[in-house]
Ligand binder design. Structure first.
Ligand code: ZN
Length: 73
């Protein structure tokens, strides 16, 4: 998987997975609705640290575009 270069929500430039995770956590803690919804849908409903979230994001972004239709194995 290529490292993310933009936030999937607001398309702000980020310097990779860790930076994207830090950005998403910061926006979610500021109760920014679109980021909270994206996290709920793609990663977690629970508050977590950027380093924990980065691991979930790697999996979420690998399946991006398929969402709930993702093939279950
Ligand atoms: Zn964003």
């Amino acid at each position: 998987m290529a490292a993310p270069t933009t936030c999937p929500v607001c398309l702000v430039a980020v310097g990779g997975l860790e930076e994207l995770a830090a950005h998403l956590v910061a926006e979610a803690e500021a109760s920014e609705g679109r980021h909270v919804m994206w996290l709920n849908r793609h990663a977690t409903k629970y508050r977590m640290s950027p380093s924990e979230l980065a691991l979930l994001l790697a999996a979420a972004l690998a399946g991006e575009g398929s969402g709930a239709d993702r093939v279950q194995r």
